[in-house]
Design a protein around this ligand. Structure first.
Ligand SMILES: [Zn+2]
Length: 91
């Protein structure tokens, strides 16, 4: 049977297996190398106060938080697009 993707949609290479992570949207368990990672930043300061402080030139700390999404959720949230056979071969 032909393969849709050379990597099988993963980046583990010849490794046997990788750790599982939980999808932040649907809670499904997925391999870490297959999951789509999204890093967002949160501020600990209230938005209105933070806006005023920023105008005065204050540096406000941003706390990164990482979320993992399964392929289904990543497509649903438009983080990745469905690509045609030719486009898939590019990268
Ligand atoms: Zn999901």
């Amino acid at each position: 049977m032909g393969k849709k993707r050379k990597s099988g949609g993963r980046s583990k290479g010849k490794k046997g297996g990788v750790a599982q992570v939980q999808c932040s949207s649907c809670n499904r368990m997925i391999p870490r190398d297959k999951a789509k990672r999204k890093t967002s930043y949160k501020t600990l300061v209230d938005y209105a106060i933070g806006k005023e402080l920023r105008q005065q030139g204050t540096q406000i700390e941003r706390v990164p938080y990482v979320r993992y999404f399964c392929v289904s959720c990543a497509i649903h949230r438009h983080q990745v697009k469905i690509r045609s056979a030719d486009e898939r071969k590019n990268t």
